[in-house]
Ligand binder design. Structure first.
Ligand code: PEP
Ligand code: MG
Length: 588
């Protein structure tokens, strides 16, 4: 069981990112970026430093060739070609000579010189006007890190290559790293940094991999092979548990599985209150592969299809045909239920290397989402055209992310009209009544929701961003995670305002941020009048159960009472009490 190491049991508290309990051996893939010290070396050490550098280059080359081979076997040779640029950096004479000549002249360790040379290259390249050269920055950075890891004997493992079932431990994982994980080999994962609405956490939920993030120092505490318990329900990680702890968790796991099994009976039932008031429970997905899970958990549609994963872990941009095929497949598989496709929402914590998104100090407030699409109508139009074409095969909707004002919304709608016109000219049919919505996730949009409502068919409240912008709390920063509070009285008022103004204008409102899937907030959101809850598939049954166990008048009363409190603490306490009355067996 890996517990023979017999190190002491350690419990760490982090942020619950994806529910479930996982137990297994730790697999450390990355610790905090290594500190490289400025250490002077003697003349005698120089040959040894050069030979360490050469060894690291050989190892790095081997590593890249292996990754390339694997990718071309599992994906395509085109995807594998992306690594040719990495190999070119390794063979760049100027770069290699600069490291070696500076090492001889300045006499510092090779790690120190390497980091300095790489930094200089990145600086020079980022000032260039040539787009191609600018794009090489990430290749240089990646190769530099790989060489450095070989020099200091620390390797980042390939997550697609795991042979046994493990719990992945890392300083950080990007959303695209997480997208490469296989549920069969990754039992769970834990990271030092990150917040509960980071896209890494959201991806873990989609993949149904239990995860705890924001543990601050887990990658320093854990050694490879340590036995770990990951409690993704409560955000707890136990390193090398004692026998009695292990037993307690094995029992807990059985209880959790039993609870989940019991909820399966709700799959085909509607989300209807005891007094007959119905809302819609739909699912959030990041890829069409999740549709079987959406249907198995009893979601009656898709309220948010995050299309940006289409653009990740690949070299080129997805073509209209490729997107059309994917959207069409989703529409057909989900019919007669609706599927809301969100147009590209890159930036923030989601990047793709093939697009030239420059480095920004505040990426969440920067050139992202609809701002990026309006600046790149070529990319935007390709996607809109694919969505429209697929709309004939099922019930599709589309929505724009990060709308902050009326001009942006009108501009997006104008481009949509142009794309429709173009399709008509080409005699290509599409659903003329396709509903178009705006995500409300910026406070300015929430404040003018009455004005925006006149331009669209529906709203979808993106609380993940709405909370971070309203409370000025970065959603991926674990140090201020305690301030990221959906139950803040300001958030409740903002949500009420959005729902009320939408209803006054005769349009419906959904919510697709993580708040919609937190069982504690269901009675409150129901009472505020939310029409559609879009949540990760695993949480659908529990939410249905809460809605089916109460009346709409009870929910309205709960919402009314919540709006009278002045602190989130009072609101949370009240909601816990009420939820326990409604569904005593629920875990909150
Ligand atoms: C949101 O912001 O709530 C949302 C659903 O969008 P994303 O999490 O992808 O930013
Ligand atoms: Mg968002």
């Amino acid at each position: 069981m890996g517990n023979e190491i017999n190190r002491e049991e350690i419990t760490l508290k982090g942020i619950p990112a994806s529910p479930g309990i996982a137990m297994g051996p730790a697999f450390l893939i990355e610790t905090e970026e290594p500190a490289v010290h400025r250490r002077q070396i003697s003349d005698e050490e120089i040959p040894n430093e050069i030979s360490r550098f050469e060894d690291a280059l050989i190892q790095t080359r081997k590593e890249i060739l292996e990754i390339q081979k694997k990718i071309s076997e599992e994906m395509s040779s085109e995807h594998a070609e992306i690594f040719n640029a990495h190999l070119l950096v390794l063979e760049d004479k100027m770069f290699l000579e600069e490291v070696i000549s500076r090492l001889r002249k300045e006499k510092f360790t090779v790690e120190y010189i390497l980091v300095d040379v790489i930094k200089k290259y990145i600086k020079v390249f980022s000032r260039m006007d040539d787009e191609y050269l600018k794009e090489r920055i990430s290749d240089i950075d990646d190769v530099g890190k790989r060489i450095l890891r070989h020099l200091i004997g620390q390797q980042r493992q390939d997550l697609t290559k795991l042979k046994e079932k493990v719990i992945v431990v890392a300083y950080n994982l990007s959303p695209s790293d997480t997208a490469l994980m296989h549920k069969e080999s990754v039992l769970g994962f834990v990271t030092d940094i990150g917040g509960r609405t980071s896209h890494t956490a959201i991806m873990a939920k989609s993949l149904e991999i239990p995860a705890v993030v924001g543990l601050e120092k887990v990658s320093r505490w854990v050694k490879n092979g340590d036995y770990l318990i990951v409690n993704g329900n409560e955000g707890i990680v136990i390193i090398n548990p004692r026998e009695e702890t292990l037993k307690k968790y094995q029992e807990e796991l059985l209880r959790f599985e039993e609870f989940t099994r019991r909820l399966e009976g709700l799959r085909d039932l509607p989300a209807e209150t005891l007094d007959g008031y119905r809302v819609k429970i739909v699912a959030n997905i990041e890829s069409p592969q999740e549709i079987p899970s959406v249907l198995a958990h009893g979601a009656f549609g898709i309220g948010l299809y995050r299309t940006e994963y289409f653009y990740m872990n690949r070299k080129d941009l997805p073509s209209e045909e490729e997107q059309y095929a994917a959207y069409r497949r989703v529409a057909i598989q989900m019919a007669p239920h609706s599927v809301t496709i969100r147009t590209l929402d890159l930036g923030g914590d989601k990047f793709v290397s093939q697009l030239d998104i420059p480095y920004e100090i505040n990426p969440f407030m920067g050139w992202r989402a609809i701002r990026f699409c309006l600046a790149r109508p070529d990319i935007f139009k390709t996607q809109l055209s694919a969505i429209l074409r697929a709309s004939l095969d099922g019930k599709l909707r589309l929505m724009y992310p990060l709308i902050s004002g009326i001009e942006e919304l009108q501009q997006a709608n104008r481009i949509l009209r142009e794309v429709k016109e173009d399709l008509r000219k080409r005699n290509i049919c599409f659903d003329e009544n396709l509903e178009v919505g705006a995500m409300i996730e910026v406070p300015s949009a929430a404040m003018i929701s009455d004005i925006l409502a006149k331009e669209v068919d529906f709203f979808s409240i993106g609380t993940n961003d709405l909370i971070q912008y309203s409370l000025a709390v970065d959603r991926v920063n674990e140090k201020i995670a305690y301030l990221y509070e959906p139950a803040h009285p300001a958030i409740l008022r903002i949500i009420k305002n959005i729902i009320d103004s939408a209803h006054s204008e005769g349009i419906w409102v959904g919510m697709c941020g993580e708040m919609a899937g937190e069982v504690l907030f269901i009675p409150l959101l129901l009472g505020l009048g939310l029409d559609e809850f879009s949540v990760s598939p695993v949480t659908v049954p529990e939410i249905k159960q809460v809605i089916r166990s109460m009346t709409i008048s009870q929910a309205k009363e709960i919402a009314r009472e919540c709006l009278t409190f002045s602190t989130s603490e009072e609101i949370l306490k009240f909601l816990r009490l009420k939820l326990k009355e409604i569904v005593p067996e629920v875990i909150v």
